[in-house]
Design a protein. Sequence first.
Length: 179
Amino acid sequence: MDRDEAVTRLLDAAEVLFYERGVQAVGMDEVRAVSGVSLKRLYQCFPGKEDLVVAYLRRRDRRWLESLADFVAARESHERVTAVFDWLDDWFRQPGFRGCAFINSVGELGATSPEVLAVAREHKAAVRRYLLGLVSDRQAGEALNLLVEGAIVTAAVSGDPAAARHARRAAAALGSGGA
């Protein structure tokens, strides 16, 4: 197995395991076993667990933002703000939804891993920039960002995907603010 295939398999396994059970609950040997990658190759690709966690979060960041942006871009411009919450509603209803992987990882490792904290902050800043780009009014963009973050946390903690619909109504009440 070449390095690229090993990295993909390791990240696929890490994403499932870390998101489902948490970073600290999953050992490197379990990631190795689920991925089918040898222990030697695992440590060639990711010398430490923190390296694997950071790579998992960076890949998740790209995938998450691309999925959201693609979904929203397929809507008419006047529907794009509320489309964000339609996308969130779909995500919240997926089996295995466990909230924000970045918030979860920071909750587990933020105090001991400045690199994980930095990746999470980069993700949150990218989401905020994306949301600000959907509206012409900065204040509305900041409110939109808070509605998105609040909906994610609320849905994760309550287990109720209705948080997306409630936040959608609040976003629509912000007014046109659209770009």
